[in-house]
Design a protein around this ligand. Sequence first.
Ligand code: ADP
Ligand code: MG
Length: 317
Amino acid sequence: MPGEFEIIEWIRSKVASCNAGFVQLGIGDDCSVINQPNDKRKWLITTDMLLDGRHFQLQSGLHSPEQVGRKAMGVNISDIAAMAGTPVAAFVSVALPKSNTKEIAQLLTEGIKAEAEKFDIVLAGGDTNVWDGPLVINITLIGLEPLGGAVLRSGAIPGDCIFVSGPLGGSYPSGRHMKPTPRIKLAQDLKSRLGDKLHAMIDISDGLAGDLRHILKESNGVGANLITNQIPIHPDIQFHVSENTAHMDQEVAIEHALCDGEDFELCFCVAPDSVTNLPNGLFHVGHITTEPGIRLVGSDGVAKPWTRGGFDHIGHD
Ligand code: ADP
Ligand code: MG
């Protein structure tokens, strides 16, 4: 079965990535960038669909509609953060199950509103359907690019320092994947401190290895060396430890940090001469290289290729 990214690449190959008019950047980044006629700040547009049984578990009773609403909003806000933008207006489309329809719709909206209000986002439209199937929700979020322009995936150059904004791994077994904390403020702070020295950025939705690989691919096929003992491992990876194993060895922990999905932290690349301008609390995990691919550099200084990578919602079955 083809993976999600293979399908997206196929679609991308069939359509023009931009045109001379309004679409400055189409398929291939966290948001699309749309020009305004008067050439002021551009619009950022992103859309994400969440499915019961895949991205949340409503039917099985594990998650509430309110939690689903919060997550659906949060994952979209995270894509605006990945470009250092400001979210503005949301459009929510839902396919509601036939049973408990009204209650689900109301609680879902409570969750959406609660998350939207944190960021001054207006729920500006959408579409509602009822059907025999499980809950499906899609949110399209519109934002404004930052002054100086959106931070794209495509700007990384060899020598750049790679940072992540927080510890990684274990978001599924711990349930943290239902509570994304989009890094809007941090992303805007990075952009205003660093300007165009902030070369590339992405939010980590599919695991650091997978999302960093998107940056590498979009940035002319550069590569990356990651320093194993500088990768911040989230304490939530303990939820992967089975009753039979007393602890997790470092190799397995690193694998979770690199490959688990839905951390919604930022991964970004900074010109080395600007690293001193960064705020505290960030994790310097490696460097961009001219040699393609990702390598893990151990404490012995030996670089080993890292080929696994990233959570693929289709290929992972
Ligand atoms: P993210 O993980 O940041 O939400 P995705 O991997 O979902 O990003 O999408 C990557 C790029 O592919 C984005 O530019 C998105 O708009 C585009 N894309 C995804 N699915 C489709 C589709 N079915 N048709 C057109 N573009 C798509
Ligand atoms: Mg993204």
